[in-house]
Design a binder for this molecule. Structure first.
Ligand SMILES: [Zn+2]
Length: 479
């Protein structure tokens, strides 16, 4: 139960986040360092995220399957960059059934290797392609610096793995998924994102192209919120995924993989949350409206509860995810704070006067205090609440977009860049050399986030070295 106040975001953003995740009842720390327990309220949120994505993947021809958690360690040796990228994070099983294993097993950090191994078995002819499989589950990457949802050793996600007959189709798939991710962020999570490709150094180990969506958090740091990779034939060669093409010659498949993880919950918290707690976008909120009956005397109680019950049933029947808070051991003020902490978009208050006047008070979570309060008739309340939820959803996206855009600055000189990335994002021409990227990282801690797909129709000069450059990139400190 939420009793103590959070530190404000301005006081201590990291501590605000840590306390909020616990007080809003989303997750808890596990006995194993680096792991998290997702509580029912957090899992309900995750289910709303996953069910939207799952439906979109199915609409675009994908199917779900499950691959094992344990992968022969030797599989990781097969793709050079992949093993280098993941070796430091691998958890390895050395014993089973009380005996030392002959073949050591990795707990999957991601499943390209095991899935590549299986695709090699399944793909024989061009008729077997494309394969469009999604796996939902968790993976493990050894992490000691925990931050619930943002960085945990075990985390939840989907990983899409597809194999195609040619590069064109595989790249199309990578971008198709990136578009779905962008739509998810905009339409469901109310988070504005930039779609773009990662630099050579920020790429996924083993990928030819990594694309990402990048979002700005309240503290102006960037969060990579989803990735979609094109591997070319790298994994197909490592795992021998070959097929007979239409000309009857043997050819390697082209593969992709892509993911959004439970990290996206961290993004939602850090983009929308305020000093009172979470602010849930209505489309994903596990509870969209909470009904709170308010009474003092016993003779008021029966009348108020009768109306509150009727309203609860009406909202529920209209498909609104609604909760009745008729707890009698806590005050109304406590309940208000409690639901504010959990970010419920709309609060419906009903007191004795409302019963008489056939009205209710609606309080919207995104606008605290009087500004967000309105008194409306009980008649057609479900329609009123539904309209308000739509309005809140749009308002959250607008607010986040304005905030982001106000904190991104076009920079032309290196001095400007150094100043801007202290507290914002810089958008600048960059020659795409590793040297210039490393210099920025070492001197400012800002990294290249992505090179947006939509580029200005002009050329410029690299903000670091002054060489002529065709594309602009976002520089920012990141999670
Ligand atoms: Zn340069």
């Amino acid at each position: 139960m939420a009793e103590e106040k959070l530190p404000t975001r301005a006081e201590d953003f990291a501590e605000w986040y840590n306390q909020l995740v616990i007080k809003a009842d989303l997750a808890d720390y596990a006995p194993v360092r680096g792991c998290m327990v997702v509580k029912p309220y957090g899992w309900a949120l995750w289910e709303n995220i996953t069910s939207w994505l799952d439906a979109e993947f199915k609409k675009t021809g994908h199917v779900n399957a499950a691959f094992p958690t344990l992968i022969p360690l030797s599989f990781f040796e097969k793709e050079k960059e992949h093993v280098e990228g993941f070796a430091p994070e691998l958890a390895v099983v050395t014993h089973g059934g009380g005996e030392e294993l002959e073949e050591k097993l990795a707990v999957r950090p991601t499943s390209e290797t095991i899935i590549g191994h299986m695709y090699a078995k399944w793909v024989k002819s061009w008729r077997d392609l494309p394969i469009l499989i999604v796996q939902w589950g968790s993976v493990l990457r050894w992490e000691l610096r925990t931050k619930l949802f943002l960085r945990t050793a075990e985390f939840y996600w989907h990983e899409g793995h597809t194999a195609h007959a040619n590069a064109e189709e595989a790249k199309e798939e990578m971008y198709r998924i990136l578009d779905i991710y962008e739509r998810f962020c905009l339409e469901e999570a109310a988070i504005p994102v930039f779609k773009g490709s990662k630099s050579e150094t920020e790429k996924f180990p083993g990928a030819q192209i990594t694309t990402s969506i990048e979002a700005m958090m309240w503290d102006k740091r960037a969060l990579q919120s989803g990735t979609s990779h094109y591997f070319g034939t790298n994994f197909a060669k490592a795992f021998d995924i070959q097929f007979l093409n239409r000309e009857n010659t043997l050819q390697h498949a082209e593969t992709t993989s892509w993911a959004i993880s439970s990290r996206i919950i961290g993004a939602m918290i850090m983009v929308h949350g305020d000093d009172q707690g979470l602010v849930m976008p209505p489309r994903l909120a596990p509870v969209q409206a909470v009904v709170i009956p308010i009474f003092k005397k016993d003779d008021e109680k029966a009348k108020v509860l009768e109306v509150a019950d009727r309203i609860f049933m009406e909202l529920k029947a209209a498909g609104i995810r609604v909760k009745m808070d008729d707890r009698d051991n806590v005050s109304s003020g406590f309940k208000f704070n409690d639901w504010e902490m959990r970010g419920v978009p709309v609060r419906v208050e009903i007191g004795p006067k409302d019963v008489e006047k056939n009205s209710v008070a609606l309080a919207r979570r995104d606008k605290p205090g009087k500004e967000g309060k309105s008194f409306v008739p009980q008649t057609d309340l479900a329609a009123t609440v539904n309209a308000l939820l739509v309005e809140i959803q749009a308002a959250l996206l607008q607010r986040a977009t304005e905030y982001r855009d106000a904190n991104i600055h076009d920079v032309k000189t290196y001095d400007e860049l150094k100043e801007v990335v202290k507290d914002g994002w810089a958008f600048a021409y960059w020659c795409e050399s590793r040297e210039c990227e490393t210099k920025v990282k070492e001197e400012t801690k800002a990294t290249t986030r992505n090179i947006p797909l939509n580029q200005p129709d002009s050329e410029g000069t690299c903000v670091v070295c002054g060489k002529s450059s065709k594309r602009k990139v976002y520089f920012a400190k990141a999670y």
